[in-house]
Design a protein around this ligand. Structure first.
Ligand SMILES: [Zn+2]
Length: 126
């Protein structure tokens, strides 16, 4: 089944089947992880390689490389804020445990409506 991309799709988000919720959230999760890995690679590992290993001047790299790689950081942050959410209730995936705060990286289920998000992922927590 094709999963609609936009939030203006005719899908009835409140009544999504559990399987479809998992499918949609898995895709959002994969995109968020890919962005995170790209951000870390382009803004931490790549500068390290250029400056420490290849020996490019730090100022040269900061003025020529960083404006291009740095653009991914706000994109990643905006993605996490606006799209990394429960497909059913649109809440960010937070922990259900008392005292735990922040957005979960591998949420087993939605902290708000309780629908399963990544129930089969080996690293998922609730
Ligand atoms: Zn939810």
């Amino acid at each position: 089944m094709k999963i609609p991309l936009g939030t203006r799709s005719p899908l009835d988000w409140k009544n999504l089947s559990p399987d479809l919720v998992i499918k949609i959230f898995s895709r959002r999760h994969k995109t968020a992880l890919t962005l995170g890995i790209l951000i870390i690679f382009l803004n931490i590992i790549l500068p390290f390689i250029f400056i420490k290993i290849i020996g490019i001047e730090k100022d040269v790299y900061v003025s020529w490389g960083l404006p291009y790689t740095g653009i991914l950081l706000p994109i990643g942050v905006l993605y996490i804020i606006f799209r990394y959410r429960c497909p059913r209730c649109n809440a960010p995936p937070t922990s259900t445990k008392v005292g735990a705060q922040g957005v979960l990286l591998f949420p087993k289920k939605c902290g708000n409506c309780g629908v399963a998000l990544l129930p089969h992922h080996p690293w998922s927590t609730d």
